[in-house]
Ligand binder design. Structure first.
Ligand SMILES: [Zn+2]
Length: 314
């Protein structure tokens, strides 16, 4: 029987004596078919990414579908409702660094474990919906991972390109950057094609980013045959990036980006400056290669050795 149900899975942190829940929507389609898992609100202030997942959940009609769809409507409820960027307010851990989680860990680890058991392990394909946090500007790109298994890696890349985002970055599922502990990388390591969507940022809830997430999730349903139809290249042909370059500060001070997301930046050009509090220049952060600006910190101050942004090299 086709059905659309909403479940709150309990999550208990015995170390901090704290209990919360993970809200999950589950849609069982009219006919048999594959299972897609969509995870929203791993990070608290990535609002457009959350809104796109919520709109997707509302749109799902079980009588139109073949297969099953799990939608984690808010992975980290406590971070979301406390407006806590990057980390969970109870144990201070980053949910996107602790996958696949621990049954007897602290809150963030138990959240990851619960979603892994109840959702990811039931799924054939996984999409984790992110964006920039409150202090971070992002337009649209996808991160996915190579596990070193040709069949799986090809399926993962085909899936990522079908979603329709303008840029797809492929990183190493076992690498030190966005590899170990991230939701998509750990899902790929467990044999499931998985991607991380990055849409919007700065706490904004812009229609461009919300509809991008919604459209890409609809494309996922069509690509997998859960819903009839072909994926729509709503942003044109996706470009597969050769690699990403993360830029970091060396000085603490006032942060002044010299670029905005979507800009093209030439090799050795200035990406951002760090100033002392009297306005004197402390450093210029330059890019080692030409590329497209994917991510820029938009906060006024910044620490030394902090993430300043990222470019994608074509
Ligand atoms: Zn995130």
């Amino acid at each position: 029987m086709p059905s659309k149900t909403f479940v709150k899975f309990p999550v208990i942190d015995k170390h901090n004596n704290f209990e919360t829940f993970v809200p999950v929507g589950i849609v069982e389609g009219q006919n048999p078919g594959p299972t897609l898992a969509v995870i929203g609100a791993v990070h608290a202030t990535e609002y457009a990414a959350h809104d796109g997942v919520a709109r997707f959940w509302e749109s799902l009609d079980p009588t139109e579908l073949s297969g099953k769809v799990y939608v984690v409507l808010a992975a980290d409820v406590m971070a979301l409702c406390s407006h806590t960027q990057y980390t969970n307010p109870i144990d201070g851990k980053n949910l996107n660094r602790v996958w696949p989680g621990k049954a007897d860990g602290t809150l963030t680890e138990v959240i990851a474990y619960t979603i892994t058991q109840e959702v990811i392990s039931q799924a054939d394909y996984v999409i984790d919906s992110h964006g920039g946090e409150f202090d971070e500007a992002i337009d649209l790109f996808i991160i996915t991972h190579k596990a070193g298994q040709p069949d799986l890696d090809q399926k993962t890349l085909d899936f990522a390109l079908a979603l329709g985002f303008p840029f797809v970055e492929v990183t190493d599922a076992y690498g030190t950057v966005l590899g170990s502990g991230t939701g998509a990388a750990e899902a790929v390591k467990s044999g499931r094609p998985a991607v991380t969507l990055e849409a919007g940022g700065r706490g904004l809830r812009e229609e461009r980013h919300i509809s991008a997430v919604y459209n890409s999730l609809q494309n996922a349903l069509k690509f997998l045959g859960i819903k009839p139809g072909q994926p729509v290249p709503w942003a044109g042909q996706s470009i597969k990036l050769n690699h990403g370059v993360i830029l970091k500060t060396t000085q603490l001070g006032l942060y002044q980006p010299a670029v905005t997301v979507g800009d093209w930046i030439e090799k050795d050009a200035v990406f951002a400056r760090v100033l002392d509090f009297d306005g004197r220049l402390l450093e210029e952060i330059r890019v080692p290669e030409a590329g497209v600006v994917l991510d820029v910190i938009s906060a006024r101050g910044i620490k030394a050795n902090a993430f300043a942004g990222k470019i994608g090299v074509v």
